[in-house]
Design a protein around this ligand. Sequence first.
Ligand code: B16
Ligand code: MG
Length: 225
Amino acid sequence: MKPQAIIFDLDGVVTDTAHLHFLAWQRIAREIGIDIDEQINEQLKGISRMDSLARILRHGGAEQRIDQQQRLRLAEQKNALYVELLQDLRPDSVLPGIAELLEQLHTRDIRVGLASVSLNAPRILDALGLAIQFDFCADAGKIKRSKPDPEIFLAACEGLSVSPVNCIGIEDAQAGIEAINASGMLSVGIGTQLKHADLLLTSTKELSWTCLHTFWLTKHSKQAV
Ligand code: B16
Ligand code: MG
């Protein structure tokens, strides 16, 4: 008895791009007179580019004065900065334990999916040298609703031809845990502050096939009782 697929979030699980998003947003926000800190950045994890901008504008009380055309321009500028920062990504930017886990999953014929709302996900996986390790990456460009909506996780399951009840999702953001739970998959949270994860680990270092398989068996033996 084992899961058929493991579906990964990207930012914060496979690599740590959250700080790069923060640096780019901080510069854009400053240009329109808004200060953001790491606490605001925390709320942007797993949230799409346009929704992140809307949150930043709300935080700065600037929702009324920035119209849709300006928003699109700001989002474009933020992405240009972010893409520039991504140029420093290398295979050693993969978070600890992830490359080993991917190998272990392949050896056991467990399918591997990606559920990132980042439109830059394919380029990030390429830079990390991991593109070949993923059997299916959900297309963020086709997603209508950001996490916490389960849409991106359900798209990953569909692309892998697996049912969500046969999968585990791994996330570092609260919105992502809610998305996994709403999809019907079991959720693994990476972090210390996350609520409602079926299994909470403090770091990706703790991830391994043994850890995920034991968790799966525990959950399914409890359901059988
Ligand atoms: P982009 P994930 C998310 O990635 C990030 O956590 C979030 O901060 C970002 O706004 C979003 O991708 C969109 O990224 O601007 O590159 O399209 O956590 O879903 O892997
Ligand atoms: Mg994330």
